[in-house]
Ligand binder design. Structure first.
Ligand SMILES: Cc1cc2nc3c(=O)[nH]c(=O)nc-3n(C[C@H](O)[C@H](O)[C@H](O)COP(=O)(O)OP(=O)(O)OC[C@H]3O[C@@H](n4cnc5c(N)ncnc54)[C@H](O)[C@@H]3O)c2cc1C
Ligand code: FES
Length: 259
């Protein structure tokens, strides 16, 4: 299947502090994709050789448009966020293995920390028949994005480290509280390592609920060739390395060695 596409940026919007929403018109949007899959974006300018992996935030297949949420971290993401509408993008994707739902899943929890909430948004469009409860955590209100959109398509719970948005505390605490009252057919999550570790502790108390997490790892090629993105996976009592870009980024939480 074709993986390299050209994209045309149609809109760039700052949606929170140092966080931008990029809208891209491209045939990439028309190819089958799953939430959790990512696009590997060439950085404009030509001097930064490595592409940057960014998760699909939302895909409108019919319109041939997808959106990304990009947090300015270093040079590569800063250049992407500084692009103006009309700019051309060199894209590889959709890459990796995305989230899947157990057969017949009716009620699903989504848990996202910071920029990790972005890949979960696409679940809301992809599986319209599912009842979603979405749990998001941000450092503070100024870093929060997508709340209106998430709230329109799910029952939304928000937390923040400083209490400026929703409940003061971590997103995993919100989820743990809700799991006391309500079970789910699956939990899908993405966020920084400390959040994923806390999530593993929460889910250990609910071993009957399948939980998948999306990992963020530094990447080189993005297509399985360079092994820069290795992560440790435990299966049948044995540990081995797998590639986040090709074997993931989504894995069952109980298989990932998170320490
Ligand atoms: C599967 C996946 C999905 C992602 N989805 C998103 C998203 O939706 N939105 C978003 O804002 N960010 C996302 N990221 C993180 C994003 O790719 C990094 O923030 C970005 O590559 C940093 O590049 P930079 O040039 O700005 O920073 P620099 O630190 O200057 O980058 C230097 C080098 O390190 C690599 N690098 C640095 N940090 C990371 C990182 N955390 N992950 C992978 N490579 C890194 C870059 O590719 C580059 O080669 C995702 C990462 C992965 C692996
Ligand atoms: S980034 Fe090259 S193998 Fe994963």
């Amino acid at each position: 299947m074709k993986k390299r596409f050209e994209g045309a940026l149609t809109a760039v919007r700052e949606v929170a502090r140092d966080i931008f929403e990029l809208t891209v018109e491209s045939d990439l949007a028309r190819t089958p994709s799953l939430p959790g899959q990512f696009v590997h974006v060439a950085v404009p300018g030509g001097d930064l050789l490595l592409r940057r992996p960014i998760s699909l935030y939302d895909v409108d297949r019919t319109a041939g448009v997808f959106r990304l949420i990009v947090q300015q971290k270093g040079e590569g993401t800063a250049r992407l966020c500084a692009l103006a509408p009309g700019a051309k993008l060199d894209l590889l994707g959709p890459l990796g293995r995305g989230f899947t739902l157990p057969a017949g899943a009716r009620r699903v929890a989504l848990a996202g920390g910071g920029i990790g909430a972005a890949p979960l948004c696409y679940c809301l469009r992809k599986w319209p028949g599912v009842e979603f409860e979405m749990f998001v955590g941000f450092r503070g209100a100024q870093y929060a994005y997508g709340l209106h959109e998430f709230g329109a398509r799910s029952r939304l719970y928000a937390a923040s480290d400083d209490g400026s948005l929703g409940q003061k505390g971590f997103v995993t605490e919100l989820l743990a509280q809700r799991l006391e009252q309500q079970s789910f057919d699956a939990v899908l999550a993405c966020g920084p390592l400390p959040m994923l570790r806390a999530l593993a502790r929460v889910m250990a108390a609910h071993p009957d609920i399948p939980c998948q997490i999306s990992l963020e790892e530094r990447m080189g090629c993005g297509v399985g060739a360079c092994r820069v993105c290795a992560c440790r996976i435990r299966e049948a009592g044995e540990e081995r390395y797998m590639r986040v870009c090709r074997d993931g980024p989504v894995f069952p939480i109980e298989k990932v060695v998170l320490e």
